[in-house]
Design a binder for this molecule. Structure first.
Ligand code: RB5
Length: 140
């Protein structure tokens, strides 16, 4: 399952990603926020996303705030969450191949929907390489 989370600053980009998912018949759960007007706090949505992501090891999250930084800091406070803030497709593929990232963080205020969707596609279709990277992840 894919879990989507954003604060108000990530809301519009999250909506664009949801449109893409709807077009592709990809099912995702949106844990909020639900309006760009809210005066909300990104930690609440990162924490809500983490609860859902940790329900199943196959789950992945996509968390969006203004910069992606706040979401990634909060997300990574939960053991079991490996959140990666990615600015391009190479980061997304390496985050999966080397870090087995289970949460993709994106900067809603600094990225077009077109770019974000390219990154999401790579993140969702790239596998963890295991091997020496698995050894390293055990040391987290
Ligand atoms: C909200 O104004 C902004 O601080 C937040 O979306 C995020 O960028 C924090 O890291």
């Amino acid at each position: 399952m894919i879990i989507l989370a954003s604060d108000h600053a990530g809301f519009l980009l999250k909506e664009e990603i949801k449109k893409f998912f709807n077009k592709e018949n990809i099912i995702a759960i949106d844990v909020g926020c639900y309006s760009r007007e809210q005066l909300d706090d990104y930690p609440d949505f990162a924490k809500a996303g983490n609860v859902k992501v940790l329900e199943d090891s196959r789950n992945v999250g996509i968390y969006i705030c203004g910069t992606g930084i706040g979401m990634s800091i909060v997300a990574n406070r939960n053991p079991g969450i490996r959140a990666a803030l990615c600015f391009n497709e190479n980061f997304a593929s390496l985050a999966r191949m080397h870090n087995d990232a289970n949460v993709l963080c994106l900067p809603g205020r600094f990225m077009s929907a077109r770019k974000a969707i390219k990154i999401v596609k790579v993140f969702l279709t790239t596998d963890f390489e295991g091997g020496r990277h698995a050894r390293r992840i055990k040391k987290y």
